[in-house]
Design a protein around this ligand. Sequence first.
Ligand SMILES: *Cc1c(COP(=O)(O)O)cnc(C)c1O
Length: 434
Amino acid sequence: MNDQFSPPEEFSLKAARAIDRADPLAGMRASFFVPPAPDGSESLYFCGNSLGLQPRAVRDLIQEELDDWARLGVYGHTRARRPWMPYHENFTELAAGLVGAKPVEVVQMNTLTVNLHLMMVSFYRPTPERPAILIEKPAFPSDRHAAESQVRFHGFDPERDLIEIGPREGEASIRDEDLLELIRREGHRINLVLLPGVQYYSGQVFDMATITEAAHAEGCRVGFDLAHAAGNIPLELHDWGVDFAAWCSYKYLNAGPGAVAGCFVHERHAEDESLPRFAGWWGHDKNTRFQMGPEFHPMAGAEGWQLSNPPILSMTPLLASLRIFDEVGMASLRSKSLRLSATLLHWLDERLGDAVEVITPRAEKARGCQLSLRLRQGDGRRIFQALEQRGVVADWREPDVIRIAPVPLYNRFEDLFHFVDRLETAVHIKGTSQ
Ligand SMILES: *Cc1c(COP(=O)(O)O)cnc(C)c1O
């Protein structure tokens, strides 16, 4: 994918700036607010995997909704410049493009964990012969809570029926062959395979196409949590045949804290009214919704899983954000992302190989923006705090991991130089003070 790119030989600000000058996406940074560091300069923001930065276009878009509400009151439902009644439809094409879906397969609604539950109501239908959910270990707590509570809700026993697969002893990522072997061995009793697209802790990218094929061959349903994948790596959910997926919009998608989430339901389930679901009026056929009848006839496709009318003010930032993704395209974002992470890996190896172990897989296909760094020395937390004081915004996970996500929309190669330089200083100060 990046045949021509080799990381800079030289570890210098000059070398980093030279790559930035040649970067076709360098101008995108100006579309975002970069928070200030303690000294007032721009921070080195590497937390786009946790909370993406605010697109500058958000404020005006929200102001338009506020103005329309003030000007129109209830008539805004049909007469606002973006009428509120079909508001979620503004996102359909944009979201479909982002995750490799057909328009009928996607909808923006609720939040991530809520969507996981709604999807499990329809796609986790345990029977005594096939009761289990397969998740990864350690899964993000919310996903584990959701899966475990679903198993319990159906009267099954999580001790037996929540199957967890983790890395081998002493390893940080899950091996493809272990996962596929488990699916082959236990598939007959697995009802639902629920895995991440990108693992939140290690940054490992899962081979979603192969997993889906293997799980379907055993008769399992397959859902993916794309919290760390949407807006990070290219996705082809339709072609991969995934049954469902859900993702939040505040990480790589920059739609703001608690932003409205996304949901995918494969076209093959679009018209299947036999699927049980928790229903609400916004999932009802929009042509007859306002006849206010007692019977539920779902919209075809993902929209049929909506419960409530869309929360306009909290959806608006997502419009600003998805327009940016649409404009730039995942292919060029991925290309820059790989160049950023290759450069960071190279410089970390060269400057800090003794002090830092990168636990994210090194193969391009198995990593996204995020690299997870394990500090080999004992006092990692103090090193992390020293970085924070010097304007590095990253993320600390006990007991010894710094997650750092250079994102192609607003991070520069220059940021990587400063990060490695400051990490070196922090490690060095720590070393000499002993
Ligand atoms: C961020 C994240 C969540 C957060 O869930 P919310 O419902 O948005 O609070 C859940 N699962 C994973 C894997 C995540 O990375």
